[in-house]
Design a binder for this molecule. Structure first.
Ligand code: G6Q
Length: 542
């Protein structure tokens, strides 16, 4: 028989369930009608971000019950343990210290009695020197020409963060540098990039925390072979390849001089690593000062998260509002809709951050949870989403809470465009809440009462972006802590890293395969029989 967990049995949880029932007769719209100051009372400024969370089905009592639940679940204690460098990633026995990566030089954070902040700043200085040299042309390719193209080879946490930030901060990018990101082992990924760049002016960053990831090493080997095939001597590799890793030995074995290696530490999780040397592509693209601003913005959010009471703590509030819908209304997904083209990779980035962190069903004490944990995160920029999946938000059967993100000032001077863009953003959150008040034909009826948060920044710049990302990191933290799971391991990813190896061997071996179920055997054998490039090559195989 299923026994109830301490969490679902707790008085705070039970009170929230009763409170949900009590609110069932009301609507978000009705809460606005009853309180002229609602928008002001349920909004908050922190670290350069403004968040309006008033368009949610919640009252002061909801906040007080949710914060009570968080306190009972020990969220604050766990937060403080993270900031102190305790080994809160228990399954891997590691501290979780991405906050140390943006700590100012005059602060201290200790791991095993050693202050890690000076190490962080030593690597930052190394990154900054290198970024300056590439940007001003002092670091050049083997023929003496300045670098024009930077190719980051990495996957998962060694790709999504730097890729998302480089896209988001494109207006700050160096005019000469074109950024490319190769992640997939699908040969098309690197093939497309290598067709577009010149070996003499291309710098490859091989980014891998472990330096054992199959996809990344395969892509790095292909890139190296391509450089040498262009006529470059073996000695040219040192000018065209740098590595970012925690594994110096494997970097050396690959053939990259460890002088050209940028280090980080096992207390930086992959999906939390863009602030570390994994952010080297960002530093190269936007420069050392702007990279420092990105870190400063994240640090400002860290300070807010560490010190503000839960009732006025933005990451905590966004997390608790999410818990409210996930655990008390059965919401299984959460939409992120940035009304900003530059943030088009943010949903993909947040997918990993949130789903890899909180896609867990076993608690820290090893029991199976009896409550829902991390939702599916998804999204696309507005207004595009409105012409695609927003139909389901308005009239679908599922409740899908959403974050809308708006920048008050664009990076262009097309004011009319920007006014239309933000008019749409505001109109959508209003319509999702209000629905259609007057009776209409059933198919034209909108129930409304669909909750949204709206996050605003004045301008998407390095500091505000840093704060926005850190906001989501800490939101994920609070949810994981409340759900009593370890947000900092990823055994599902580790499984994926092992699974294909055996089949890869079977594909390479002669003959047919019969070691799997009949479906898998058939698929492997079909591939083996039909993989040969046909007599008439495709357009890209000449
Ligand atoms: C992130 C995950 C995962 C990881 C990649 C790449 O939190 O652990 O996405 O970042 O699997 O790993 P490497 O950096 O070791 O190549």
């Amino acid at each position: 028989m299923n026994t109830m967990s301490k969490l679902t049995q707790s008085p705070a949880w039970q009170a929230l369930a009763r409170h949900r029932d009590a609110l069932s007769g009301t609507s978000i719209r009705a809460l606005f009608d009853a309180d002229a100051s609602r928008a002001d009372r349920f909004s908050l400024e922190a670290a350069g971000l403004f968040a309006d969370f008033s368009k949610n089905l919640l009252t002061d009592e909801t906040i007080s019950l949710l914060t009570g639940l968080a306190r009972e679940a020990g969220v604050e204690t766990r937060r403080d343990a993270m900031f102190k460098g305790e080994r809160i990633n228990t399954t891997e026995g590691r501290p979780v210290l991405h906050i140390a990566l943006r700590a100012p030089a005059d602060t201290s954070i200790f791991v095993d009695g050693i202050d890690v902040v000076p190490q962080v700043h030593t690597v930052l200085a190394h990154m900054h020197r290198f970024a300056d040299a590439v940007r001003d042309g002092a670091w050049h390719g083997h023929t003496g020409r300045a670098i024009t193209d930077i190719v980051n080879i990495g996957i998962g946490g060694s790709d999504l963060g730097p890729r998302m930030v480089c896209e988001a901060l494109r207006p700050y990018g160096h005019a000469r540098l074109r950024m490319h990101f190769v992640s997939n082992v699908d040969g098309a990924d690197i093939d497309e990039v290598l067709r577009a760049v010149d070996p003499a002016t291309t710098l490859f960053i091989v980014a891998s925390k472990t330096f054992t990831t199959r996809e990344t090493l395969q892509n790095a080997h292909t890139a190296r072979a391509w450089l040498l095939a262009s006529g470059a001597a073996e000695s040219a590799v040192a000018r065209h390849f740098v590595a970012v890793s925690t594994n110096a030995e494997a970097v050396r074995a690959f053939g990259i001089d460890t002088d050209n290696m940028f280090a980080f530490w096992d207390w930086v999780g992959g999906r939390y690593s863009l602030w570390s040397a994994i952010g080297l592509p960002i530093a190269l693209y936007i420069g050392a000062d702007a990279f420092a601003s990105l870190l400063a913005g994240a640090h400002a959010m860290d300070r807010h998260f560490a010190t503000a009471p839960l009732e006025r703590n933005l990451p905590a509030l966004l997390a608790l509002i999410g818990v409210w819908y996930t655990n008390f209304f059965g919401a299984a997904s959460h939409l992120v809709a940035p009304y900003d083209r530059y943030l088009h990779r943010l949903p993909a980035y947040l997918q990993q951050l949130d789903m890899e962190s909180n896609g867990k069903t076993v608690t820290l004490s090893g029991e199976r949870v009896d409550y829902a944990t991390g939702p599916v995160i998804w999204g696309e920029p507005g207004t595009n989403g409105q012409h695609a999946f927003f139909q389901l938000l308005h009239q679908g059967s599922a409740l899908i809470p959403a974050d809308f993100i708006a920048c008050m000032q664009p990076h262009h001077s097309l004011d009319t465009h920007h006014a239309i863009l933000l008019a749409n953003c505001f109109a959508q959150t209003e319509a999702l809440m209000n629905g259609s008040p007057s009776p209409a034909a059933p198919h034209r009826h909108f129930e409304g009462n669909r909750p949204t948060n709206t996050l605003c920044v004045d301008r998407l710049e390095p500091a505000t972006l840093g704060a926005l990302i850190a906001l989501y990191e800490h939101k994920v933290f609070v949810q994981g802590a409340l759900w009593q799971i370890n947000s900092f391991d990823q055994w599902g990813v580790e499984l994926g890293k092992r699974l294909a190896v055996e089949i890869e061997r079977e594909i390479a071996a002669p003959g047919t395969i019969d070691t799997h179920d009949s479906s898998t055997n058939n698929l492997i054998n079909r591939f083996k029989a039909r993989r040969a490039i046909p007599a008439a090559p495709g357009p890209r195989q000449s």
